[in-house]
Ligand binder design. Structure first.
Ligand code: BTN
Length: 273
């Protein structure tokens, strides 16, 4: 009997079918491309941004050979086992630069919303935007935002049919491992892009205001980090330990310790139970 993880269970994506459902009059997404293999979709879309490509490009790779993760890590996934894609956004003059820092949280929340709706799994966000699933709250998706040439490149990696043996670490999981209702990448990708487009346009229409758009409230409601005792390894060294109490006006994590409240804008968060 063939394994449930053979390639037969991993059909290719069709750019034409995706574009037919996502692009068109008034849609944010204008150009949806699927490539068999690349180094990093974030690198490719950043290069397109530097060439002046307008907002609305989506590049999906069936296989990435040097995918980037946060904090200098890598993102690894077997071909077609997951979704690895990047989208080009240009908030431009509509959103002051100080509010662009909400974009990774916005994209994480859109990913969360789409996955919960389509795959019917219990999911949370670990600040800033890791998607956690299941009772053990393991990581199924990560997101990397890169600002380049006046554009924002939103890169998302989501483990879909990845088997336990294929997962990079014991702290990782996939939709299939968690028994999700949907492990078909086509509707998942459409769902994520539709939700991202909708949430982005509504946030942009209120100048990126995290409260008028409902972004801060929506994010906080599903954030597994807020309300927990945390330790944050700061990118420039050192550590901050305290209670995560909320998200500040820049999308930073507010951590309260004996000295007061401090905002963390980057770093690796570990929950202390
Ligand atoms: C993380 O959790 O550390 C972020 C992972 C982001 C991975 C995605 S896969 C598509 C896009 N291209 C990249 O090189 N990285 C992002």
């Amino acid at each position: 009997m063939p394994s449930r993880w053979t390639d037969l269970d991993r059909p290719p994506l069709s750019a034409r079918a995706l574009a037919a459902g996502l692009t068109g009059d008034g849609a944010l997404w204008r150009d949806v491309r699927v490539v068999e293999r690349t180094g990093s979709t974030n690198d490719d879309v950043a290069a397109a941004a530097r060439e002046g490509v307008p907002e609305g490009l989506v590049l999906v790779a069936e296989s990435q050979v040097s995918g980037h993760g946060r904090l200098g890590r890598s993102w690894v996934s077997p071909p077609r086992a997951g979704l690895t894609f990047s989208a080009l956004l240009r908030p431009g003059d509509a959103v002051p630069p100080s509010r662009w820092s909400w974009l990774p949280l916005l994209a994480g929340l859109a990913l969360h919303r789409a996955v919960v709706r389509l795959a019917a799994v219990d999911a949370w966000l670990k600040w800033p935007n890791d998607l956690l699933l299941g009772a053990d709250r393991r990581k199924a998706a990560g997101l990397l935002l890169r600002a380049d040439a006046g554009a924002a490149v939103v890169g998302i990696g989501l483990n879909v049919s990845t088997s336990p043996a294929e997962l990079p670490t014991p702290a990782a999981t996939s939709l299939a491992v968690e028994g999700a209702d949907c492990t078909d990448r086509d509707p998942l990708l459409r769902g994520v892009l539709r939700q991202l487009g909708e949430d982005y346009l509504s946030w942009r229409s209120v100048g990126g205001d995290p409260d008028a758009s409902g972004l801060r409230a929506g994010y906080t409601a599903v954030c597994d980090t807020v309300g927990r005792q945390v330790r944050v390894a700061l990118p420039r060294g050192g550590e901050l330990a305290g209670l995560a109490v909320g998200v500040d006006d820049d999308g930073g994590l507010l951590v309260r310790d004996a000295a007061g409240e401090r905002s963390v804008t980057a770093g690796d968060v570990v929950s202390v139970r």
